[in-house]
Write a protein that binds this ligand. Structure first.
Ligand SMILES: [Zn+2]
Ligand SMILES: [Zn+2]
Ligand SMILES: [Zn+2]
Length: 143
């Protein structure tokens, strides 16, 4: 699996480093985690990696298109390795849980604006909000 991640880095002309591999592996195994969680998981394997190094790696991987940064309104930024498929997210209003939702259209923008004011629209940001199964259960129990 590691060589697979190395190939991903090389494909976008990024040097293969242990912190970059560790961040990619972490996000592959734990989609939609926030920066603090990435730092904790990476440092559990590579204790010498600084917080700043993880921030730098997240930015470099995002800029290179290997990872996607999502930030639902009111939430901290999350990262994932599932890129380039225009998928959306369903977010729990109560606990912040996030899950992937395939785009019904499959490409951006998947909603047609009723008027574009002459703008060239290339994306419609779609976030589904609601309550996750756990929170539905808890709330119906009256807690
Ligand atoms: Zn929830
Ligand atoms: Zn996702
Ligand atoms: Zn869509």
């Amino acid at each position: 699996m590691t060589s697979d991640l190395e190939a991903q880095l090389r494909a976008v002309s990024l040097r293969v480093t242990r912190p970059r591999l560790a961040v990619l592996a972490t996000l592959r195994d734990h989609p939609h985690v926030d920066t603090d969680t990435v730092i904790a998981l990476v440092r559990s394997e590579l204790p010498s990696v600084s917080h700043q190094a993880v921030y730098d790696v997240l930015r470099a991987l995002t800029d290179a298109g290997l990872i996607r940064r999502i930030q639902p309104a009111g939430a901290t930024a999350r990262y994932e390795t599932r890129v380039r498929d225009n998928h959306h997210h369903v977010v729990c209003r109560w606990c912040g849980a996030i899950a992937d939702v395939d785009c019904a259209v499959g490409h951006a923008p998947c909603l047609t604006a009723s008027g574009d004011h002459g703008f060239v629209v290339d994306e419609a940001e779609v976030v589904y909000w609601g309550a996750c199964p756990d929170c539905v259960t808890k709330r119906s129990e009256g807690n």
